[in-house]
Every structure is written in structure tokens, then in C-alpha cells.
Design a protein around this ligand. Structure first.
Ligand code: HDE
Length: 749
């Protein structure tokens, strides 16, 4: 179902792109190369490039944004003031003589500078750094038995906007830090907007929303020096999570490879909370939402993540935009875990209202209900990605929140935060936030009011505006009408307390640990050792080791050894939960779409087969990047990366074609490895590329003289090194192995 839907969506996008592309005029002269001078002839503003044409954003009244005069931007050929008066000079301020002081009456200068002074808005208090994309969601109709929401019906297509994010860092921080990732989706459904504001981790640090400022203050930089940026490897974070032990489950996920995703395209998403849904017959059920990436779940290695923080802090953004532009559309299947809506709201002993617990997929399989394909990049980052405002309370008929105390607080927080972030109560009028349905909300005035409301009676009941707007459903037809799903409220006294079922903070953490493969466990040990090693306070390290002792003795003792501290005994009886294989990322084969393959070539070497390999890589839906000693072209093929600009972290696999490139005089080659052939002459940047690709367990292929580079880098004869006589044969084997993301055996060696 997913494959068919994906192909249908992609087919339609390709048709649209073909329509937008200008047809070539037969016999037309070749276009003039662009001039290096500043253009002087007036011309209409440049339209967005075809790949930037976002799905039509309709306004609240259902019009195309382009047709709506209030939101039209920048149409005039000539420069104007913001009030539309044409200007002939924006380069010089108005002065009393050429060398004189600037005059206060220069209203163009003041307008330009004042607007600039106010260009920034407050960044999000959490999830400040993000990347967005437009998409389309197609329902399979399989959710019908539990949920009547119109967008889940079979074949219904719903435009979406997704924003992925890190949590702790500022807007300008690096993408690849160890952190939770946000995965927030706005569905512009025919019944109004539905926002699924999830994360890539299915559990949360806290069980009650009142603790949110505490966990965020602990994770953010220290208030005195404002360091460290965008990371949890510091005292305040570990102080909090070691004292507030319900955070241990989320923290374990952060310390695992899930904390450093390879790409937003290879990340799962989770609604975290349990939601209540209702079908057309009025029956209710409890569900948890899951996003499953079509390309599988895949992560960076820690060293890659650190290198990327410096080499390409925009790595995840770039990866998302490039993949969409290249037509390798990221796709995610939406799935539901379904539980009976019983009075206790407990499933097989797991309290469904406790957001620090998840339900293993082996106990409640994730049932696919639709597919989302991300098909277009934003046209303007600020207008769309920055101004998009999500809210867990944006619900549609058939979906409601539960009494999970975390979601209850979120229902308040998301509107509240937009008031200061977007400067007033009218943020739902911003194009990216507008529903694609019609609205009639009787909300009036306020900062940034764009609508020119008619009528005199924005109140109900009224007779002056003919009683408009009317209550929906008054005629008994409840289709498309939102109603809170009736649920019995627990009886009791007002208390600041939580149920005893929330008290188990360790059994699922141990389950996660036991479900990991040996390689993944090793990564977790290293992550804890690194993070605690960055703390200064001895007591914090000791306290966290105590928490680890309550999870697993080996985990605790290995981290303790790394810290040079004794491993404590557990303070609780460790349980032996069934492992959940679905939690591990290792072992499955995945489609290759959008993977990056670096091809190292030497202009003077043997280029036989390189062009065929490039085309075959492209044909397989991957991105071939030619790496040469200089830019321009080699053998008629465009060079995308030079030895100076390429670094191993960008590639999922490396191919070595032709002869090894001799080191230029300025860069002395490394000493040849003992016993190696004539390798001293290989360019050291290529040697580094191969060494790193090897260390990060990527597949490396070489043919012909390219094999000399393997020897120079000392990476001969081990798993994931493919040699062969011809380029095609090597590529085939490389592709087979790439499906598993990495050469996992190599980690163990
Ligand atoms: Fe959020 N969260 N959150 N959160 N959250 C925000 O809203 C909040 C929580 C999540 O790309 C803020 O517009 C509270 C869980 C994402 O624009 C703010 C609590 C989950 C995003 C806020 C939580 C999330 C946010 C900051 C505890 C996973 C980014 C700016 C009760 C299910 C959305 C904003 C985007 C953003 C509050 C806990 C996901 C302050 C009070 C659990 C993906 O309103």
C-alpha cells in the first residue's frame, strides 16, 4: 500500500514539475551566459525556481495565496517604499551635502533601518532550530474501524507542513548534536487543521507538564556563562535527571544512537501521549501515533556527529532540502497502536497516561493508516518554517486528548508561547498557519489583524447579523463537527499527586538496554561515559552511576570504569523484561533513495566505467558526487567536490576509481604504511577520506588502480571493502551492502 501510494504521489509531482518546466523551443539560440555586471534593465521579479514551488497555500477564504491582495509580496518591477512609492536610490542616505551629516527627514533611511532593527522575532524557547518541508498525506482507509477523522479515509489527500527540530540549541546551533528531535506535522484537513506535535523518541523526561520549565532550565546552557550550547553533556542536565529519576528512560534514548540521527529522512516520529479516538459508530479507543520512515531508522556515529558540528552545522537541513530538490522525496508511514478505551487506561500493565512509558510493538503492533510524502521545500524560511505555529490542541473530529498530565499542560502552553513569539493573537492568519477550510471564528482585532471583518455583531446570540455564524450540528448533522469525546473524569479530591503506577522509573529503561545489539550497547556506554566525563561535580557522576546500577550492572560498571569511579550496587530489584527487537536499528535492509555516494577520480588516471557508475548510482535513486583534485570538469564530467571541500562524513559510501592521485608538493604525503606498495604518493586528503569512511563503517569500493588508495589507508581485506575488475561489478556489491546502512561487523572488530 505504502509503495503504491508513494509512487502515485511521486508520479503526480513529476507531472507537475514537467508542466512547470519551460518547453525547449526547437532551433532557439542558446541563452546568453549571465553577465558579471549588476543588471540595469528593469524586469519582473524572479519567480521561485520550479523546485521551490510549494503546494498551493490557500487562504482562510479558500483563495490561492497569489490571488489574495493582502498577502501578495514583492510584485513591482521597481523598488518602492513599504507604502508603494517608487524610489530611485536606496544606496545613499539624504545628507546636507556630499560630506555633510545625514538628515532626520530621510524617511526612506528611517523606514529601511527601523524595519531591519525589528527583523528578528524571539526564537522558540525550545526547538528553536528547525527545518521545514511541504508534503501530502494520503489515507489508506485502514483507520476507519477506530477513527472517523476525514483525512484518514481511503485515498483522501491532505496537504501537510512538517517542521523537524533539535530541542536544546539556539536557532544558529548545529544540527548534529546529541539531542531529542522534534517531528511536528500540520495537516490542513477538510475539517480544519490537525497538528501532530511529536518527537523522535516515544517517551518524555517528565510525567507532569508542571516540570517542563525545570527540565528545560536544566538542559539549557548554564545561566551564568551561557555555555554549553545545544548539548546535555554538562552538570545541570545530569544533576536534574539523576535526581528526577523518571527522566532516566528518555535519557537512555538520548544516549543511544537515536540521539544522533543520520538524517530527518531516517527518523521515526512518535505522538508520545495516548490519544482518544472515535469511529463513525461512536465507539472510542485509545491510540498512540507513530511515523515510520520509508528509508528505515538510521543514525550517525558519534565521531561523524562531532565532525559535522564543525564541517557542516546545517547537515540535516541541507540533507532534507537536497533530497527533496533531487526528487528523493522523504516518506513516512503513519501508524497507530490501538488499545481498548478501558476505565483504567492501562494496557497489559502499562499505564497509558504515563508519558515516560511506551508500549513495545511486539505487544501492540503499529497498524499503518496512511503515508506522508514530503514533496517541496519552503519558499521562504522565515515566512513558513519560522512562523509555523503548532499546537497539540489543534484537533479534528474523531481525535481528542487524554488526561495524561503532560499533554494537559501542553494544551495550555502552545497557544500561550505564540503570543510572545509571534507578537499577538492572530498567528493563525499567517499563511503557513491558515486552515485550508473556511473560518468564521468571531475573533476580532488584536496585533497584526489582517482581516477586514464585515458585520456589526461579532457575538452570539445576535439578530443584527442575521444570527450568523450558526452553531454547526444544530440540524442534527454532526459530520465535520468537533466535539470533545465524552470520558468519565476520575472522582477524587483536589490533590497535587500522581498515581502509584507512575512510580516505576526503571523497568522500561532496562528493557530498552536489553533490546540493543552489542554495537548499540557499546555506543550507549561510550555516550554515558563521555557526557558524565564532561561533568565537574563528583556527586552528580556518582548519583547517575547509581541510576545506571538500577538499569544494568555491566552498563554501570563499564561507565564507572571510564570515569574512574567504583560501580555501586543497585538499590532496587532488577526485573527481566522481554527485549523488544523493534527498538534496535541494526539488521534490516532499506531502500537506497537519496544516499550520497562519493566517487574519487584522478584526471590522469583510468576513467573507464566512471560515467556508467555515475548514471547507475543516479538511476538507483542515489546521489553520485564526483570528487577530484580540482573543480570544473574531469573527463567531461562535472566535479561536485574537490579534495579540499570533500569530507567523508557527507558520504554513505565511497568509490575509488582510476589511479591514486599523487600528493601535490604543498601537501606532503603520509608515510606509506609498512609493507604497502607504492602508496606514499597518494594525496593525504584522499587517504583521510578513506580512513574515516572505514572507521565509520561505510562501504568502500575500488577497482583498477583505485585499490592502491586502500593500501595507502591501510584498509585492506576487511568486511565492507569491495574490490573488483570493473566499476559495474563493484557498484553492484557496494549497493547490496549499503542497504544495511553500515558495515556493522566492523564496529565489533
Ligand atoms: Fe513541546 N513545546 N512542550 N513537546 N514541542 C514547544 O511551542 C511544551 C513536549 C514539541 O516545530 C513550544 O511553538 C510543554 C512533548 C515539538 O514549532 C512550547 C511540554 C513533545 C515542538 C512547548 C512540552 C513536544 C515543541 C516552544 C510539557 C513530544 C516544536 C515553541 C508539558 C510529544 C514545534 C512552540 C515546532 C515546541 C511546550 C513537551 C514536542 C513552549 C509545556 C512531550 C516538536 O509551547
Amino acid at each position: 500500500l505504502a509503495k503504491d501510494t508513494f509512487e502515485k504521489v511521486v508520479g503526480r509531482i513529476a507531472e507537475k514539475a514537467a508542466e512547470l518546466a519551460e518547453p525547449p523551443v526547437p532551433g532557439a539560440p542558446a541563452p546568453e551566459p549571465p553577465s558579471l555586471e549588476e543588471p540595469t534593465e528593469p524586469r519582473a521579479p524572479l519567480p521561485p525556481r520550479p523546485d521551490q514551488v510549494a503546494p498551493a497555500v490557500r487562504t482562510a477564504t479558500g483563495n490561492d495565496v497569489d490571488a489574495e491582495p493582502t498577502v501578495r509580496a514583492q510584485r513591482e518591477t521597481y523598488l518602492t517604499t513599504s507604502t508603494g512609492v517608487r524610489l530611485r536610490d536606496t544606496d545613499h542616505s539624504l545628507k546636507a551635502g556630499e560630506r555633510g551629516p545625514t538628515l532626520l527627514q530621510d524617511h526612506h533611511l528611517r523606514e529601511k533601518i527601523t524595519h531591519f532593527d525589528h527583523e528578528r522575532i524571539p526564537e522558540r524557547v525550545v526547538h528553536a532550530r528547525g527545518a521545514g518541508a511541504h508534503g501530502v498525506f494520503v489515507g489508506y482507509g485502514t483507520a476507519d474501524t477506530v477513527c472517523k477523522a476525514a483525512f484518514l479515509q481511503e485515498g483522501v489527500e491532505t496537504p501537510t507542513f512538517v517542521r523537524f527540530s533539535t530541542v536544546l540549541g539556539s536557532r544558529g546551533s548545529a544540527d548534529t548534536v546529541r539531542d531529542t528531535r522534534g517531528f511536528a506535522t500540520k495537516f490542513y484537513t477538510d475539517e480544519g487543521n490537525f497538528d501532530l506535535v511529536g518527537n523522535n523518541i516515544p517517551v518524555f523526561f517528565i510525567q507532569d507538564g508542571i516540570k517542563f520549565p525545570d527540565v528545560v532550565h536544566a538542559g539549557k546552557p548554564h545561566p551564568d556563562r551561557e555555555i554549553p550550547q545545544a548539548q546535555s553533556a554538562h552538570d545541570t542536565f545530569w544533576d536534574f535527571v539523576s535526581l528526577h529519576t523518571e527522566a532516566q528512560h528518555h535519557t537512555m534514548w538520548n544516549m543511544s544512537d537515536r540521539g544522533i540521527p543520520r538524517s530527518y529522512r531516517t527518523m521515526e516520529g512518535f505522538g508520545v501521549h495516548t490519544f482518544r479516538v472515535q469511529n463513525a459508530e461512536g465507539e472510542t479507543a485509545l491510540v498512540k501515533f507513530h511515523w515510520k520512515p520509508r528509508l528505515g531508522v538510521h543514525s550517525l556515529t558519534w565521531e561523524e556527529a562531532q565532525l559535522l558540528g564543525g564541517l557542516d552545522p546545517d547537515f540535516h537541513r541541507r540533507d532534507l532540502y537536497d533530497a527533496i530538490e533531487a526528487g528523493a522525496y522523504p516518506a513516512y508511514e503513519l501508524g497507530l497502536q490501538v488499545f481498548p478505551d478501558n476505565a483504567e487506561q492501562v494496557f497489559e500493565g502499562i499505564d497509558l497516561l504515563d508519558p515516560t512509558k511506551m508500549v513495545p510493538e511486539e505487544m501492540a503492533p503499529v497498524q499503518p493508516v496512511g503515508l506522508m510524502v514530503l514533496t517541496a521545500n519552503p519558499t521562504n524560511f522565515f515566512a513558513e518554517t519560522e512562523q509555523v505555529a503548532f499546537h497539540v490542541g489543534h484537533l479534528v473530529p474523531g481525535i481528542d486528548a487524554t488526561d495524561d498530565p503532560l499533554v494537559q499542560a501542553r494544551l495550555f502552553s502552545y497557544v500561550d508561547t505564540q503570543l510572545s513569539r509571534l507578537g499577538g493573537p492572530n498567528f493563525n492568519q499567517i499563511p503557513v498557519n491558515r486552515p485550508h477550510t473556511e473560518t468564521n471564528d468571531m475573533l476580532r482585532d488584536g496585533f497584526h489583524q489582517h482581516a477586514v471583518h464585515t458585520g456589526v455583531a461579532p457575538y452570539k446570540p445576535n439578530s443584527l447579523d442575521g444570527g450568523c455564524p450558526f452553531h454547526a450540528g444544530a440540524d442534527g448533522d454532526l459530520a465535520g463537527v468537533f466535539e470533545h469525546l465524552p470520558a468519565k473524569v476520575a472522582e477524587g479530591t483536589k490533590v497535587r499527586a500522581q498515581p502509584a503506577s507512575f512510580d516505576d522509573h526503571y523497568s522500561q529503561v532496562r528493557q530498552f538496554w536489553l533490546s540493543m545489539s552489542p554495537v548499540e550497547q557499546e555506543h550507549i556506554i561510550r555516550a554515558y561515559t563521555f557526557e558524565l566525563g564532561k561533568c565537574y561535580e563528583q556527586t552528580i557522576k556518582e548519583r547517575q552511576l547509581q541510576c545506571l546500577a538500577n538499569i544494568d550492572a555491566r552498563l554501570c560498571s563499564e561507565v564507572a570504569t571510564g570515569l574512574g569511579l567504583p560501580a555501586p550496587e543497585p538499590t532496587i530489584a532488577l526485573q527481566e523484561p522481554e527485549p523488544s527487537p523493534a527498538l534496535s536499528q541494526v539488521g534490516e535492509a532499506w531502500p537506497p533513495d537519496g544516499r550520497m555516494v562519493g566517487i574519487v577520480v584522478d584526471p590522469d588516471g583510468d576513467l573507464t566505467g566512471v560515467e556508467e557508475v555515475r548514471l547507475a548510482v543516479f538511476g538507483a535513486g542515489m546521489v553520485p558526487l564526483l570528487i577530484g583534485p580540482h573543480g570544473g570538469t574531469i573527463g567531461g564530467m562535472a566535479v561536485q567536490r574537490t579534495f579540499a571541500t570533500a569530507r567523508s562524513v557527507e558520504f554513505d559510501a565511497v568509490l575509488l576509481a582510476g589511479a591514486p592521485v599523487p600528493a601535490p608538493d604543498a601537501l606532503p604525503a603520509r608515510d606509506a604504511k609498512a609493507g604497502a606498495a607504492d602508496t606514499a604518493a597518494v594525496d593525504p586528503r584522499v587517504v583521510l577520506l578513506v580512513e574515516e569512511a572505514y572507521r565509520h563503517c561505510k562501504v568502500i569500493g575500488a577497482w583498477g588502480a583505485g585499490e592502491t588508495v586502500l593500501e595507502a589507508a591501510g584498509v585492506t581485506g576487511t568486511p565492507g571493502i569491495v574490490r573488483g575488475d570493473g566499476a559495474a561489478e563493484v557498484l553492484e556489491q557496494v549497493q547490496e551492502q549499503m542497504a544495511y546502512h553500515r558495515v556493522w561487523e566492523r564496529f565489533a572488530s
